[in-house]
Design a protein around this ligand. Structure first.
Ligand SMILES: Cc1cc2nc3c(=O)[nH]c(=O)nc-3n(C[C@H](O)[C@H](O)[C@H](O)COP(=O)(O)OP(=O)(O)OC[C@H]3O[C@@H](n4cnc5c(N)ncnc54)[C@H](O)[C@@H]3O)c2cc1C
Length: 480
């Protein structure tokens, strides 16, 4: 089968009937529901790009001699050129959404590729988990499936001493093993695009490996009986692109995932009750390195967009002559150039692993991940500081068409543009940095890859500091 088109993707979603709840009601057809339709259209456009003759070579690759093509994000990198192609492809997609689709399909496609290429690691005695990992990758690539995923247990009690031992099951666990598979009961947080994808990948959640019932990894269709997605409030308040230029198109939705006695068939399981594999799988499949290469490619496009918005605001009201405004925008440039350098460094220092996969250098990517989580909120603050009250004086499109339109046309003009264009620009900056959609983006960039504080601890623990301590000791021992 060739790579999917937007139509294929939408038809598949329409056919599936996942159980999705929003505001106390079950959503019957997400493709036509206003909370989801905007982002589904944006995703469909990405799939259509795979069929554009000018982009086909970049966004797809030949999977074998039969000439079939799959999306580039499924391509296992075997060389530095492959990594470069994956970067260009991710960025071509990201440019269509200003990097705001954190879960553009290539994020999870990359995860599935990482699992599939390390499939042998999942083999577990007589259990065919290795085969399942391999067929997950093959199935995803062949059908151009898209995925959501979940790692995190409900936020009941995060104390180090807490372990759930009540009768009432909260964190999802395997409560039964049958000839057909395992039965999962309980909940997981938080699946971005939950219910809007073909399948959901459920990965082991750190910290709960004491009991075997919590140690599992599997991938099942989003409409598996008993699987339920409970959505937060939608931030796509209207489909009007003037009023909500970003939310109307890129609101991805996040959902709590409930497993109401879900039967997971054996052929969908890739790991079960094996603590060693649960602990080792992420490093074995180079999860951080392969995923963060995609993440940083997207974040660079996002930062370029933020820079463009900041400069446009400054020019609109002609404040770019002030030094503190220049310094603020220079801070964004500083980050952007650092991120571009880190991405290139990760490719330059990439090495083949024991399976032949070309793995980007992880330290540069780990550093970028933490830096981005730190800097992104400050970029949003910069937009708010440059825009000042302009971020609030943003009437809606209907005001420009109403009987008081001459007021808004007169009083909202900017030095360099008429009122309609100025409000359009400032609404964009507001939707990026201040609306419910914008603040969710900030929370996303802080947390989507894990808690930045614990990740920093991980970087510290894993980083080889020894040579530098040795050098200091040598320096101290030298006497002229
Ligand atoms: C917008 C958004 C989208 C997301 N999408 C997904 C998704 O699609 N799939 C998915 O699996 N996850 C997703 N996540 C979840 C993400 O993985 C988690 O937010 C992240 O791992 C942090 O976990 P937590 O939110 O449970 O925070 P908690 O672990 O509850 O942390 C709360 C606070 O306590 C501190 N804390 C807690 N425990 C410790 C500790 N042991 N040591 C030090 N400090 C501690 C943290 O630093 C933090 O300040 C998403 C998150 C957001 C915000």
């Amino acid at each position: 089968m060739p790579a999917a088109s937007g139509k294929d993707y939408k038809e598949r979603l329409k056919k599936m009937k996942p159980e999705i709840w929003l505001n106390g009601e079950q959503v019957k057809d997400i493709t036509s529901h206003p909370a989801f339709s905007g982002v589904i259209e944006s995703k469909a456009k990405l799939y259509d790009m795979q069929h554009d003759p000018l982009l086909q070579d970049l966004l797809t690759f030949k999977t074998g001699p039969d000439g079939n093509r799959a999306g580039t994000s499924f391509m296992r990198p075997l060389s530095k050129e492959d990594l470069e192609k994956r970067r260009f492809a991710a960025q071509e997609w990201a440019k269509t959404n200003a990097g705001l689709l954190g879960r553009s399909p290539e994020y999870m496609n990359t995860t599935v590729m990482a699992i599939g290429t390390a499939y042998d690691f999942f083999s577990d005695g007589s259990r065919k988990f290795g085969e399942n990992a391999r067929s997950l990758y093959a199935r995803a690539m062949e059908k151009d499936l898209c995925f959501t995923h979940t790692f995190i247990n409900p936020q009941v009690n995060r104390s180090v001493t807490y372990f759930e031992d009540s009768e009432e099951v909260i964190a999802a666990q395997a409560i039964k093993e049958t000839a057909d598979g395992i039965v999962i009961k309980g909940a997981r947080l938080l699946a971005t695009q939950g219910g809007m994808t073909d399948e959901i990948l459920v990965l082991p959640s750190g910290g709960n490996f004491i009991a075997e019932s919590y140690i599992y990894a599997f991938c099942i269709p989003a409409d598996t009986p008993g699987l339920r997605f409970i959505c937060r409030e939608s931030f796509s308040y209207s489909q009007n692109e003037f009023n909500h230029p970003l939310a109307s198109r890129f609101e991805e939705m996040d959902a709590i995932v409930v497993f109401d006695n879900v039967l997971v068939p054996w052929d969908r399981i890739i790991m079960f009750q094996n603590c060693e594999k649960a602990m080792g799988m992420f490093s074995e499949m180079h999860f951080n390195a392969l995923l963060l290469h995609q993440v940083l490619s997207r974040q660079i496009i996002k930062t370029e967009f933020i820079l463009g918005v900041a400069q446009s605001l400054a020019e609109a009201i002609q404040v770019e002559e002030y030094f503190h405004i220049k310094h603020k925008i220079a801070d964004i440039i500083l980050g952007l150039e650092t991120f571009k350098a880190l991405l290139l460094a990760s490719e330059l220092n990439a090495k083949q692993d024991k399976r032949g996969t070309m793995v980007p250098e992880v330290n540069a990517l780990d550093a970028s991940k933490m830096l981005y989580a730190k800097l992104y909120p400050s970029y949003m603050e910069i937009l708010q500081q440059i825009g000042a009250s302009g971020m609030i004086s943003i009437p809606q499109e209907a005001d420009f068409l109403s009987e008081i339109s001459s007021d808004v046309h007169t009083y909202l003009q900017a030095a360099s543009m008429p009122a309609f264009e100025r409000v359009k620009l400032f609404r964009l900056a507001w939707d990026l940095s201040m609306s419910a959609f914008g603040t969710r983006q900030t929370q996303y960039e802080r947390f989507f890859f894990g808690d930045p504080f614990r990740l920093a601890t991980g970087l510290y623990n894993g980083y080889n500091k020894e040579p530098y301590v040795k050098r200091v000791n040598e320096f101290l021992s030298i006497r002229n």
